[in-house]
Design a protein around this ligand. Sequence first.
Ligand SMILES: [Zn+2]
Length: 288
Amino acid sequence: MYLGGLGRSGTTLLERLLGELPGVVALGEVVHLWERGVLAQELCGCGAAFPACAFWSAVGERAFGGWTTSVAGRVLTLRRRVDRTRRIPRIAHPDLAEYAQAYQMLYTAAGAPVVIDSSKHASLACCLVAAGVDVSIVHVVRDPRAVAHSWGRTVERPEDGHPMTRWSPARTAVHWTAQNAALELLAGRGARVVRVRYEDLVAAPVDTLTGLARRLGLATAELPFIDGSTAWLGPSHTASGNPMRFHVGRVELRRDDAWVSGLAVRDRRAVDLLTWPLRARYGYRSAA
Ligand SMILES: [Zn+2]
């Protein structure tokens, strides 16, 4: 299962919740594993450094005979050639099969009936689909005003204490449209794409997750880890992603509407303009 959408749209929360389902393993943002996990040896979601995590050591051994700088370097080289947003309309490339195969080997080595890759980028989703990897895409959308407000905030990366990337509201709006349009294009090409809104997930988590599981053909089990608007998360081995990946225990599923008072009127208008008509398609009305 591949979670696609623009960052700060709730993909990490959705991944953690889906990862609590039986037979499902959440891997985090695999697209960043090669550089941040293998090369920079950043922390796994379980709190261990990537090379010290028993889960990832076993996966690396099964998939590639161990994690080496040459495996990571090769995938990063292929990524630069193949996995580009501008290549989406014509994805065919001689290196595509080898690039997608690295992901396929890693997913298989994770050893679960269903694995989740929350890499988000539409371009990687496109590579996997074009190469014939058996993948369902969950397209996560969130109100672009809320996304723009989130990208403007200063957030520290727990991995190294450095601030996360910040974008202006206009830049966020352009990326929001590009990523969502690309994922729409993929659905139009016959890929299995299921769309979910972050706002629906936090407003009705059980119904939304149950509906999602049904549409993805997963066993719609009970969801004992959710009670009303509270969820309990166990440890996970997410290789990279939003700081929320380290959270274990109770989490309140509450819609974050900080943008309503936090986003300047001129920025809100700019985002409204730059995200139309997809914004309307997803049910986010123009702000007054
Ligand atoms: Zn781990």
